[in-house]
Structure formats: structure tokens, C-alpha cells
Write a protein that binds this ligand. Structure first.
Ligand code: BGC
Length: 950
């Protein structure tokens, strides 16, 4: 039989590779098709077969006992639901897949993958919650339990969680490389547990399982409690730390046993972690270490029997997202000594995490580590912007030689570490930073000829990492660190280009839905540690994160379940806004009403207008009312709720009418006359076509008042960039991205920024720092321009809402960027792009994965001279020439590697009207980017040589 060159790789279960705890009864499976780059073009899958077995041996021996899908005709490679035998708690499922290609040629079996089921019912939890007598504050408790294993172990799997943060230990070592488990949820509603394969950690004979538990989000300080009257600064979820752990052992002879937390465990409060707080740091006293506490043979006579605790209210759920881990270790670049004996290490990169410090000191000598993002002009660390988060770790030496300090149960946002209390000058190599973030797989990268762009891109990536600590947060340093919803609303697409966030954002949307108020208001942040009925909910642009992020996941990962999950919460949100505003202008009940946050009206510059950038709040709110209602209609459509689709489409149309009547005049001027207002109205599709052009001109006119700069803030910045490109002014978008004066991304880079700032003017030479009450140097909102960079510098866009992925590759060279290369890994596989303009010649190499249709745009000043591997576009195998659009020749093809050349007159790189293609998100779903592009080109007769600009 003929074999296909396709190989199924990167097997995923519930969006993750080999998840160690899955609590979905019928998990969804997916894979990617790999084809060698020299393979024939246009490969696709015509059928698949999945096999799932309870052991690797059974799978290999073809005695599949859980599920055999048999050969199933389908192009689907993602979200295929397991449809076999019912699965039990802690069951291991080994699986493989093979595929058939377009010519019915069969592939070999994939390498096997595995997933492990979680604990599927309350009854299946045999473990009891255990804790200590005292309420917080008290030192971090250590727990231990000795047990014997008499037989050979086939496999062992541990499930654990805590009210607090925990680290499990087995037989003398910390168990896994995940940190800050069980991560943050609204513990009153959901507590995540984690699964670990511990087969290799156990031994025949004596074994010890132990844990250490810290305060964390559950009992420690969390952000902005100061803003909520009556909120306790710590212990928001509870004042008693507790641990829950259950170890499943399967012996060689098939027998099974469970070791679980119960009253046989013992604890001690005399360990070295005297205090540990997420915001304030840790106090570690090495004199109180208890060597061997987690191994057999330790004398625990002075440990106490644990206290059994009542189960918390929250439902136990398996952690859906990839764990937080140390993602990178970073060596400092230099060390300063602003006063004798005080050393400041500069990492050269703003990170989230902590440091590992090698030192030697007298027994009991106190060393202090303070963490900050910036230096003051006098060379001291700048800490005012941390507000009350002290980010300070204190270490008391054990004495007697070299020791190494690495904190747990805390994290800091910092580039600089001030170390004091040492008896001698440290070496630069004595310290390294451990940068932590949610370990979702990397999904994209780009490098280009413009070094400023490259630094901006790097700043965006780092800001993403630093703010993905289980929850997408606003900032990692001050006493805030909340899952602010508008921040991720505008950043989600950039986030998905950089990392595979399917699992992480699905989890966050659960947090978000958990925080819906009874009347339908959606939250300003999630998890919501306060009462959403009382505060921090119902804000335009923030509450709208629900439908917007859900749609983003649908678009990137083809996930309909997420639309199903968000449907009812979104419907209640829309109904609530409508109820409060029956005349369809969102003028009432806007709650915290942040508006176009941190726009140019908040700047302190004499040469820029002090007013006129802030979009009137009701205009912004009504625009979002329309946007979310249109999305709700789209969601209804996808989910087959035909009547709802019609109903909400009608409502959206009426909101649009009301918006235009109230806020838009015949010249296309929108009340407020702000850049933000035009960008939002255009990108949401709020204006009738004849007005669009005028409104767009107004938007551009408003640059003049800001000396050619942006005046937008959190919400509208990326929308404005997208609109410029979509409407033929990619040149202006490049100008903005290439600026180095304030406000611009380049301005912060000029000041040495290695992450994206919260404010455009966080620091201004000659003026100093902005208001320390709100001045983070690591906030991803305006980093949302990352999506623009992927779409226009690299040139890649994705729409995976159909079974067959729809890709667009259309780089926009400019006088500011003359080459770029990089990739984005979609759920169908990797798209790579490498392009360059040299002299008047453009080269563009594109590799696209199987099971996708790709539209490629090649910039050219002479359509007749565009070639692919030396052939004309009409002759190139596997490609269809579909027309031109502006100065782009457009072709469509499937998988393969394509090498284009064209003549690209240097004038074209300066040209204002280079493009004008529909590469933009933000419109109501039915008018998403690539779809718009495809439709408008297809109207042309195939074969005709169209020249008109679209
Ligand atoms: C946060 C933001 C958030 C905002 C609400 C700030 O304190 O840092 O990122 O979206 O409040 O306007």
C-alpha cells in the first residue's frame, strides 16, 4: 500500500500534551500533521483512526480496550471527542492516531501519547483535608507521612491541592518543577488540584510523602484589598491553611492501594519558612531547616498530629492549564554599589520570579533582598511604584560555609535586586534570576531588519510571560496583580500568537464566569476575590472581555465549547445592559467606567493638548454594547440557536442605529472627535460605508494635534493600528511603530525598557517618574500591538473557525522594515515566513502546514513579473492565482513550501496606499479578517488580470 508523507505529531488532549489530570468525562483529542518541506503540495487529511488503550502494551499489541474510532472520514484534526468506554478516576489512557491523505494513502501510527484521568467524583476523594491548629499568621507548616511498600510498583499517581500554596515532597526531594500550585481561582467556587506521575519516586520498603504549605492567594495578601471597604488585607478566602493529597499506587500484581491525607499525618511549624507572602516576600531562617524531614528515618517525635479541616466550599477541579514553572534562568549583567556594602544587581531584563543567591555568612546573619523594576537617578532601586508590596526577601544564614537561598511561595516583578547584609562583596555570578511564567508552549517568533521593532517585540513577549502567572494579570510587581479583564481583552490575540493559550485562557474564562454578578454584570477582573455584586463589575470594555476573549479562542483554536460556555453569561450581560439602558445608549450603570484608560489626557506635556483624547465614556460604552451584542449573535449562529441569532442581530442593528443618531454627524465626526472614538467605531463596524472614509480621515487628522503621535490608551491602540493597515495606510502604522518620541512604544525602548509600560509616559527624561500610585513598567495592554506585528511585519494571520484552517500570509514591507522572518505555530502546524527586499527585488518564502488553505499576498510593482520557484503564478504547481489587491498579487494554495520573487520598486515601500486588505479582527465575527479578504477578491473573474485597488 502507498504511504502518505503525512505524520500525525504533537498529540493533545484537552489542549495539552500528556495532561496529568483530566476531569472531562469525554476529553477532546487533537494532533498536527507534519509533512516534510520538500513534500508534494496541498496535502490534507481525508480520514483518521484513533485508538485508546489502558496500557502501552495493549496499544502496541493492537488489543485496544478503550476506544477504536475505526477509519473515520473527516478532515478534523482538533476537538475530536473521545467516544469509547467510560473512564474511571486515575485511569491512564494511552493513545495513538493514524491518518489518510487526500489520495487515501495511509500514514503510520503516531508515537503514543498518554493522558491520565483526574478524580471524577466527590466519593472518589478518599483524602481528608488536613491542617494545623492555629489560624494565620503562622510559619509555613510542614506535613509528613511514613508508609511502607511491600511489593513491586507498576505505577503511582499523586493528586494534590491546598488551601494556600503547596509543594509536595517524596523520599527526600521536592516532587515537580511546577511552582505556586494550585494557582489562583475563586477558592469559594473552584479549587484546582494537580496530578503527578510519581512512579519513579517511590521505592520498595520505607517511603515518606510530605508537603509544605504557604499562604498564597488563599490566605496571604492579594491586590487592591485597600480599595474595597471592609476587605481584609489577608485571609480573603480563609484563615486556615489546609492540604489534600491522594496517592494511587498500582502494584505489579494488579492490586491497588490509596495513600491519602488523614489524621495519621503529622505537622511542624518549626521549619525555616517563617513568613511567605506573594506581595511582601519571604522570611527564611536557614537555622530552622529540618534536614531529612521528607525522607525515611527522620525523627518526628516533636511533630504534632494534624487537625482535620472541613472541606472548603469550592468544587475540586483538575487544573486545566499548563503549570507555572521556572521558564528561564538569567545571569545579571552588572553590579552596582550605590553605598558601601549595598549591592544592586541588574539583570538587564525585567522579569517575574525571584533570585537564587549563593552566599556565606555567620550563623543567624541577616541578608536582605529588595526587588525593583527601575533605578532612581542616584543609583538606588526605585520602589515607590510598588505601593505597599514590599517584595523583600530576608534570609538568616545557617552558617558554616556556602549556602544557597531560593525563595518559595512568593514572586516579584523586577529587573534590579538590592542585596544588603553580606559580609563581603559578592561576585556577579553569585546570583541568578529565576523567571517564572505559565508554561504554555511557545507559538511564535519574529525578527526583522528594524532593531527597534525587535526590541518592542521582545518587550511584548516578556511582558506576556511576566503577567501569566496562572492568571493573566495587569502587572507583576505592585500590590495589585489582578486578572484585569480589559487588559487581556485587548491582548488576547497577541497572546495567542506568542503562546498556545488554549488551555490557559479557557481556565481564565472559567474564573471570569465564576465572577458574574447575580444581575448579569460581568467582572472587572477575575478571579474576583470580593463580592462582584457589590464592586468591580459592570464596566464597559472590561465586562466585554468574556465574549471577546472567547471569540478569540474560537478563532485561534476552533473551540466551539468555549462559545457554548460563554453563551449564557454573555446573554445575561447583554440583557443587563439593555435593561439598564432601554434607549440603547449605554448612559446608565457604567459602574467603574474606566473608559479609554491612560490616554493622552493623562500626560503631562506642555507641547501636547491636555484635553481631547479621552473618548466620551457613553460613546465608548455604547460601542462595546454593540460589539458584544453582535458577538452574541455570531455565537448563537455558530451554536445553531437560530432564533437568538436573529434576535440579537436585530438588537445589534438597533444599537448601531442609536449610536449613529446620537454620536455621528453627516461628516463622519464622532462625538468627542478622538482618535480612539474613530478607531473603535471603524473596527467594530459601527459606521455606514459612506461615513467610514470620512471618519477615517478624521482619525488621521487628529494625529496632527499630537505632532503625528497616538493619543489612545489601553483599549483603542491596537484597533487604531489595525484600521490604518486595513484602510490602506500601513505606512502610517509603520511610522507610529517606528517613533521614538513620547507617546510611542519606541520612547520606552529609548529609556531602556525591556517590558511594556503601563503608561506611555511612565518615565520622562527631565521630568522623572509618573505618579507612583499607578506606574507599572510591566503591563501588557499597549503591547497588544504584537498582533499587528505578526499580521503585518511577519505577515501571518489565522482563522481556524472552520475544519480547514484559513491562513493569510501577506507581509507589508516598508521603508522601516526590509526583511523579516519568523513563524506562528497554529493548531494545524507551523507557518514559517522569510521575506526580504533587496534593491528592487522581493523574495518571500512561505511554508504552510497540511489541512490549511493559505492566501498569500506578494507585494509587487509589476504583476506580470511575480514568480514562484521561477514560474508564473498561473503555472506554479499547487497554487491558484486569484487576483490582485492594491499592490499585492494574491494566490491561494495548501500545504508546502513556496518561494516567490517579485519586482518591488523602492517607491512602493514609501507608498501610502500599499494595501487596504481586510487583515483585521475586531469587526463582528462574520466579517473577520481573512474572510473579508477572500470574499472581496473572489468577486473577480478567475483568469482576468484585475488591477484595481481594493
Ligand atoms: C490596572 C489596569 C486595569 C485598570 C482598570 C489598573 O489599576 O492596573 O490594568 O485595567 O486599573 O482601569
Amino acid at each position: 500500500m502507498d504511504h502518505t508523507h503525512l505524520t500525525p505529531v504533537a498529540l493533545r488532549c484537552e489542549n495539552r500534551a500528556s495532561p496529568p489530570a483530566v476531569d472531562v468525562a469525554n476529553p477532546r483529542l487533537g494532533w498536527t500533521l507534519h509533512a516534510p518541506s520538500d513534500a508534494t503540495r496541498n496535502s490534507w487529511q481525508s480520514a483518521y483512526q484513533i485508538q485508546v488503550a489502558s496500557s502501552l502494551e495493549k496499544l502496541a499489541a493492537d488489543t485496544v480496550d478503550l476506544w477504536d474510532s475505526e477509519k473515520t472520514a473527516s478532515r478534523r484534526t482538533t476537538q475530536v471527542r473521545y467516544d469509547g468506554q467510560p473512564l474511571a478516576s486515575a485511569q491512564q489512557c494511552f493513545w495513538r492516531v493514524r491518518v489518510w491523505d487526500e489520495a487515501d494513502r495511509q500514514s503510520g501510527w503516531s508515537n503514543p501519547a498518554v493522558w491520565t484521568m483526574g478524580i471524577l467524583s466527590r466519593e472518589a476523594w478518599q483524602a481528608r483535608w488536613i491542617g494545623v491548629e492555629a489560624a494565620i499568621p503562622h510559619p509555613a507548616p510542614f506535613f509528613r507521612y511514613d508508609f511502607k511498600v511491600e511489593k513491586g510498583i507498576r505505577r503511582a499517581h499523586l493528586y494534590a491541592t491546598a488551601c494556600g500554596l503547596y509543594r509536595m515532597h517524596i523520599n527526600g526531594a521536592a516532587l515537580a518543577d511546577n511552582v505556586l500550585a494550585p494557582e489562583w481561582t475563586d477558592y469559594h467556587r473552584r479549587i484546582q488540584y494537580q496530578g503527578y506521575d510519581v512512579t519513579d519516586c517511590l521505592q520498595r520498603g520505607d517511603n515518606v510523602i510530605g508537603a509544605c504549605v504557604g499562604d498564597g492567594w488563599y490566605a496571604g495578601r492579594i491586590g487592591i484589598t485597600f480599595a474595597v471597604p471592609g476587605a481584609s488585607p489577608r485571609g480573603i478566602y480563609g484563615r486556615h491553611l489546609a492540604l489534600l493529597a491522594q496517592l494511587h499506587i498500582e502494584f505489579d500484581d494488579g492490586e491497588q492501594c490509596v495513600i491519602a491525607t488523614d489524621d495519621g499525618w503529622r505537622y511542624s511549624l518549626k521549619g525555616p519558612i517563617r513568613t511567605a507572602d506573594l506581595l511582601d516576600g519571604i522570611h527564611y531562617d536557614a537555622r530552622q531547616e529540618m534536614p531529612g524531614w521528607d525522607a525515611a528515618g527522620f525523627d518526628d517525635a516533636d511533630w504534632q498530629p494534624v487537625v482535620e479541616r472541613k472541606a472548603p466550599a469550592g468544587r475540586l477541579v483538575a487544573q486545566a492549564n499548563e503549570p507555572v514553572r521556572v521558564g528561564q534562568r538569567i545571569a545579571p549583567q552588572r553590579m552596582l554599589e550605590p553605598v558601601p556594602g549595598v549591592y544592586v544587581f541588574d539583570l538587564g531584563q525585567n522579569v517575574t520570579g525571584w533570585v537564587r543567591l549563593k552566599l556565606a555568612g555567620r550563623r543567624g546573619q541577616a541578608i536582605q533582598l529588595r526587588h525593583a523594576e527601575m533605578l532612581s537617578e542616584d543609583g538606588h532601586i526605585y520602589t515607590e511604584n510598588l505601593r505597599t508590596a514590599s517584595q523583600t526577601d530576608t534570609y538568616h544564614c545557617r552558617g558554616g560555609g556556602e549556602e544557597v537561598f531560593e525563595p518559595v511561595f512568593t514572586y516579584h516583578g523586577f529587573q534590579f535586586v538590592e542585596v544588603s547584609g553580606l559580609s563581603q562583596r559578592p561576585a556577579l555570578t553569585d546570583l541568578e534570576a529565576c523567571a517564572v511564567w505559565t508554561s504554555a508552549p511557545e507559538a511564535g517568533d519574529l525578527t526583522c531588519s528594524n532593531t527597534l521593532y525587535n526590541q518592542i517585540f521582545s518587550n511584548i513577549r516578556w511582558t506576556q510571560r511576566n503577567n501569566l502567572i496562572g492568571v493573566p494579570t495587569d502587572c507583576p510587581q505592585r500590590d495589585e496583580r489582578m486578572g484585569w479583564s480589559a487588559d487581556i481583552q485587548v491582548f488576547a490575540q497577541t497572546g495567542c500568537f506568542n503562546q498556545d493559550l488554549a488551555a490557559t485562557l479557557t481556565k481564565w474564562l472559567d474564573d471570569f464566569c465564576d465572577a458574574q454578578a447575580d444581575d448579569g454584570r460581568l467582572p472587572d477582573f477575575a478571579p474576583h476575590p470580593f463580592d462582584p455584586n457589590r464592586c468591580f463589575s459592570g464596566t464597559p470594555g472590561w465586562g466585554d472581555a468574556g465574549p471577546i476573549v472567547a471569540w478569540c479562542l474560537y478563532r485561534n483554536y476552533g473551540d466551539r465549547d468555549i462559545l457554548r460556555r460563554l453563551y449564557e453569561p454573555t446573554r445575561r450581560w447583554i440583557e443587563w445592559i439593555h435593561r439598564m439602558n432601554p434607549n440603547l445608549l449605554w448612559r446608565e450603570a457604567r459602574h467603574n467606567d474606566y473608559g479609554e484608560w491612560l490616554n493622552a489626557d493623562t500626560f503631562q506635556f506642555d507641547h501636547l493638548p491636555s484635553q481631547g483624547a479621552d473618548m466620551p465614556r457613553d460613546v465608548l460604552a455604547t460601542a462595546y454594547f454593540f460589539r458584544s451584542t453582535a458577538l452574541l449573535a455570531d455565537m448563537a449562529q455558530v451554536l445553531g440557536r437560530v432564533e437568538d441569532a436573529e434576535r440579537y442581530r436585530g438588537l445589534a442593528d438597533r444599537i448601531k442605529g442609536a449610536f449613529n443618531d446620537a454620536y455621528v454627524n453627516r461628516e463622519g465626526r464622532i462625538v468627542g472627535d478622538t482618535q480612539a472614538g474613530y478607531a473603535i467605531a471603524l473596527s467594530f463596524g459601527l459606521l455606514a460605508e459612506p461615513l467610514e472614509k470620512r471618519a477615517f480621515d478624521h482619525m488621521i487628522r487628529r494625529f496632527d494635534d499630537y505632532d503625528g503621535h497616538l493619543s489612545t490608551g489601553f483599549i483603542a491602540t491596537v484597533l487604531l493600528m489595525n484600521e490604518l493597515t486595513r484602510r490602506g495606510r500601513a505606512d502610517l502604522a509603520h511610522e507610529l511603530l517606528n517613533k521614538r518620541t513620547c507617546p510611542s512604544w519606541g520612547y520606552s525602548v529609548e529609556q531602556g525598557a525591556t517590558t511594556v509600560w503601563e503608561r506611555w509616559d511612565g518615565f520622562v527624561r527631565g521630568k522623572g517618574f509618573q505618579d507612583p500610585n499607578m506606574n507599572s513598567f510591566c503591563h501588557f495592554a499597549i503591547g497588544s500591538v504584537g498582533e499587528w506585528m505578526y499580521r503585518n511585519v511577519l505577515g501571518v494571520d489565522v482563522d481556524n473557525t472552520a475544519e480547514i484552517g484559513q491562513l493569510t500570509v501577506m507581509p507589508r514591507p516598508s521603508r522601516h522594515v526590509t526583511w523579516a522572518r519568523g513563524y506562528h505555530r497554529t493548531i494545524h502546524g507551523r507557518v514559517s515566513v522569510d521575506w526580504a527586499v533587496q534593491g528592487d527585488r522581493l523574495t518571500l518564502e512561505v511554508t504552510t502546514p497540511a489541512n490549511c488553505e493559505t492566501t498569500i499576498g506578494i507585494l509587487s510593482s509589476d504583476m506580470d513579473r511575480v514568480r514562484e520557484s521561477g514560474r508564473t503564478l498561473r503555472e506554479a504547481p499547487g497554487l491558484t492565482f486569484i487576483g490582485t489587491r492594491g499592490a499585492f498579487a494574491l494566490v491561494r494554495g495548501g500545504s508546502g513550501t513556496y518561494r516567490f520573487t517579485s519586482v518591488c520598486d523602492p517607491a512602493l515601500l514609501e507608498s501610502a496606499d500599499q494595501t487596504g486588505c481586510g487583515l483585521v479582527t475586531g469587526k463582528s465575527a462574520s466579517a473577520t479578517a481573512s474572510a473579508g479578504l477572500t470574499a472581496s477578491v473572489e468577486q473577480r473573474r478567475p483568469g482576468a488580470v484585475p488591477t484595481a485597488t481594493g
